[in-house]
Design a protein around this ligand. Structure first.
Ligand SMILES: [Zn+2]
Length: 159
């Protein structure tokens, strides 16, 4: 279940995705929140420079590995505008982070990109649970997913 606190963090993720878009990058944004509710770190996609691994969920997983104890990681929640790709889900699982809450799902993204005529990505789109069987996830959130969809539409129409 997604509560009001979750929605507040997810709205920030969508803002970060919009910031990425404004900087010419793909619209994805994520926030890492501690078990006590404190926002620890946030990031957005930075792949426009040519390094296609610079996803925010991957950056937050590596930040967590460098800065948090295993217990703190397990208690933390990752909020994200779009469900983790397999690379980011794997990083999440290896680092031992806790719950994931996403505004839009990988399945939605794949459908939107197909509608826009965007070629399939080189990495298969999979639900987080297929990569990290023990992951606790919530999402998508319909009203926010619609906003994320609009950001992707703008990114690919502009490109
Ligand atoms: Zn990713």
């Amino acid at each position: 279940m997604v509560n009001d606190i979750d929605l507040r963090h997810l709205r920030r993720c969508v803002e970060l995705a919009a910031e990425a878009l404004a900087e010419g990058d793909e619209p994805f944004g994520s926030v890492l929140v501690a078990g006590d509710g404190a926002v620890l770190a946030e990031d957005h996609n930075r792949v426009a420079g040519g390094d296609r691994t610079r996803h925010p969920e991957f950056a937050l997983a590596r930040w967590a590995a460098a800065n948090l104890t295993p217990e703190q990681r397990a208690a933390a929640t990752v909020y994200t505008s779009g469900e983790h790709c397999p690379m980011c889900a794997a990083a999440h699982g290896w680092v031992g982070l806790g719950r994931i809450v996403y505004a839009s799902s990988s399945r939605q993204l794949a459908a939107w990109l197909a509608e826009l005529g965007v070629p399939a990505p080189p990495v298969r789109t999979l639900p987080i649970g297929e990569v990290v069987p023990g992951a606790v996830t919530d999402g998508p959130v319909p009203e926010l997913a619609e906003r994320v969809r609009e950001l992707h539409r703008r990114f690919h129409r502009a490109g």
